[in-house]
Design a protein around this ligand. Structure first.
Ligand code: TPP
Length: 340
């Protein structure tokens, strides 16, 4: 075992690093919201209401919740197929995401995309993607478009450690640095690409060091600590928006659940998962925030109630939605309008 595989056992700096109760509440709310939304999705999937593939983000919530507030509405966000949390944190309504899971027309991708292809152009959430590494060259394209148009937007691209093994990773980082593009490469290293551990697919497991070979600033952050994520991402966004070129952040995290709903998890020990669960970003942050007097203990119950109502409403919205008429099935395969 390399140190890379060993869970970080430091106490989360978490809430102790914050002094704003409203911000603490917002971070906790967002993490609880993502967690409960996905638990509901797992339940609905098992009940046959959601079909296709379903990849849960449970355990990694601190990243989407901590990183997203650092971005402006005009920035572009791309992610992978494990993107429900990113979409929620970006402001895509929970009802539209749930309707998309059901394959209903009211879904954010009109029911054409499902869990892996959430999309909301208005909120600049320009896609979850089923293709490992596929969002990286797209992000470079978005950033190039902003640079050519003279807009000071940032493109934030979230992807897993598995994407680092793809040629697209190298091509994207190379061009982004060469052209000094305003793109933020955000690697969510949960240590496994499906059933393959990082050290089984990477000769260099220090991903920040790997990225640094392309001459862009690269940093690793504790992805289980929402405050550390938030701080590091704010600094990275400021750097990229300042016009100094791209940056790479590695968030060290862990997924508590299987890769997808069809994964027997033979590749890792239950004890390892349990060890990481002790660092649950939701529970550690909630505990620390109360312990250091930043939040009242009752806030957690309030948040749980608010979130439960929102999720019930999202499910009701999805269930009341309409199926796509057969004659519309080929719509949106090609763009109707191509803008320069
Ligand atoms: C180009 C490509 N190759 C292979 C696959 C099959 N596949 C789906 S998920 C996955 C693992 C990706 O792991 P990672 O990027 O670490 O993301 P995580 O699932 O851990 O969030 C693979 C290999 C794919 N979807 N796309």
């Amino acid at each position: 075992m390399t140190p890379q595989d060993t869970p970080d056992t430091r106490p989360a700096i978490g809430a102790a690093g914050l002094d704003d109760p409203e911000r603490a509440r917002a971070l906790l709310w967002q993490m609880v919201r993502i967690r409960r939304f996905e638990e509901k999705c797992a339940e609905l999937y098992s009940a046959g209401m959601i079909r296709g593939f379903l990849h849960l983000y449970i355990g990694e919530e601190a990243i989407a919740a901590g990183a997203m507030p650092a971005l402006r509405d005009t920035d572009s966000v791309l992610a992978t197929y494990r993107e429900h949390g990113h979409a929620l944190a970006r402001g895509v309504p929970a009802g539209e995401i749930m309707a998309e899971m059901y394959g209903k027309q009211e879904g954010c991708s009109r029911g054409h995309g499902g869990s892996m292809h959430l999309f909301d152009a208005g909120r600049r959430f320009v896609g979850g993607s089923a293709i490992v590494g596929g969002s990286l060259p797209l992000a470079v394209g978005f950033a190039l478009a902003d640079q050519l148009a003279g807009r000071d937007n940032v493109t934030a691209c979230f992807f897993g450690d598995g994407a680092v093994a793809e040629g697209e990773f190298h091509e994207s980082l190379n061009l982004a640095t060469l052209w000094q593009l305003p793109v933020l490469f955000l690697c969510e290293n949960n240590r496994y690409a499906m059933g393959t551990a990082l050290e089984r697919h990477q000769s260099q497991v220090d991903l920040a060091a790997k990225a640094a070979a392309y001459r862009l600033p690269s940093e690793s952050v504790d992805g289980m600590d929402v405050v550390a994520v938030s701080r590091a991402t704010e600094a990275a966004v400021a750097y990229v928006r300042g016009g100094q070129g791209p940056m790479f952040l590695e968030y060290r995290t862990y997924r508590f659940r299987a890769h997808s709903m069809f994964d027997p998890e033979h590749y890792r020990d239950k004890a390892e998962v349990e060890q990481w669960r002790q660092r649950c970003p939701v529970e550690t942050f909630a505990r620390d925030a109360v312990a250091c007097g930043l939040l009242e203990a009752s806030v957690r119950d309030e948040i749980e109630r608010e979130v439960a109502e929102e999720i019930d409403a999202a499910v009701a919205f999805a269930e009341a939605g309409t199926w796509e008429p057969v004659e519309d099935l080929c719509h949106d395969v090609y763009a109707r309008e191509v803008r320069p």
